[in-house]
Write a protein that binds this ligand. Structure first.
Ligand SMILES: Nc1ncnc2c1ncn2[C@@H]1O[C@H](COP(=O)(O)OP(=O)(O)OP(=O)(O)O)[C@@H](O)[C@H]1O
Ligand SMILES: [Mg+2]
Length: 259
């Protein structure tokens, strides 16, 4: 299963990605976490892992990838497909094909980072988005493997169609008007894709939970993670998340279809 985690900036996408990854790995699954956020540096710390080399460098880096796309855009078949990027994979991949030098591994979790913006003026993140989409479209997973994709904030990746290669989409919703509105938008954008769509509330307390549920009553809300001092403390210190939350266990079971 390939699960894409999305939502508003700061809603808790990376937190939920990390906690889900740990929960799934503790159940004996081989987990690949794909960091598709070109800007942020929190995810690997929440996992307690080193940030791997940019996977984009496996394909020659940003310039090389731009070159390939530019060359391809002159071809008739690519013109017909509009802005569809060139396929960088010459065959379908499994976990074993992922190059070791672009992974860090710990306790049953592999982490792969598509690429970060490193330098002033280096250009946009389009090649990263194209590579993320390519990878998800070309990666096969077995029943013992799970891919968790942590995305950048907002809906740019939906515009790009990154979700096409996923099986399930999990929207993280924090207690803000923006986040509630975005959840509705994500639901509308994805409901015809034929994927499982879930939403989880995050940072909830007794005051905001009912209002959030009421506002999202037409969506598939499958859980609510409380505001938790352990999470915010680790977030401030840039430390690994070592928490066993019943709400995350329940979410894991729901997504894996155990309940
Ligand atoms: N349930 C929670 N309780 C308390 N703090 C939380 C909770 N979930 C997330 N946080 C904190 O909120 C902040 C944002 O979380 P996180 O980085 O996971 O969000 P994000 O959606 O990935 O953000 P970005 O859009 O910047 O990638 C972090 O400081 C994190 O520690
Ligand atoms: Mg994040």
């Amino acid at each position: 299963m390939k699960i894409l985690i999305c939502g508003k900036g700061g809603s808790g996408k990376s937190t939920v990605s990390s906690l889900l990854a740990k929960s799934m790995a503790s159940r004996g699954l081989n987990v690949l976490v794909v960091d598709t956020d070109e800007s942020n540096y929190g995810l690997h710390r929440q996992l307690g892992m080193e940030l791997p080399n940019d996977f984009m460098n496996f394909f020659g880096g940003k310039k090389e990838m731009f070159g390939k796309r530019r060359a391809a855009s002159g071809k008739e078949e690519v013109k017909k497909k509009g802005r569809e990027p060139v396929n960088l994979f010459d065959k379908r991949w499994g976990f074993d094909d992922l190059p070791e030098e672009y992974l860090t591994t710990k306790n049953g979790i592999k982490l792969l980072a598509i690429g970060k913006i490193h330098d002033f003026g280096e250009g946009c993140a389009c090649p990263m988005g194209a590579l993320a989409k390519n990878l998800l479209n070309n990666l096969d997973v077995t029943d013992e493997e799970v891919v968790i994709i942590d995305t950048d904030a907002g809906v740019e990746h939906f515009g790009r169609g990154v979700e096409r290669g996923c099986d399930a989409i999990l929207g993280v919703v924090d207690p803000s008007y923006e986040s509630l509105k975005l959840a509705g938008k994500i639901d509308g954008m994805t409901k015809d894709l034929g994927k499982k769509i879930y939403f989880v509330l995050n940072k909830v307390d007794d005051d905001n939970r009912a209002m959030m549920l009421e506002s999202l009553d037409h969506l598939n809300v499958v859980g609510a993670i409380p505001a938790n001092r352990g999470i915010s403390g680790a977030g401030l210190a840039g430390e690994e998340l070592n928490l066993n939350l019943p709400e995350i266990e329940k979410l894991t079971s729901t997504i894996l279809g155990y309940d």
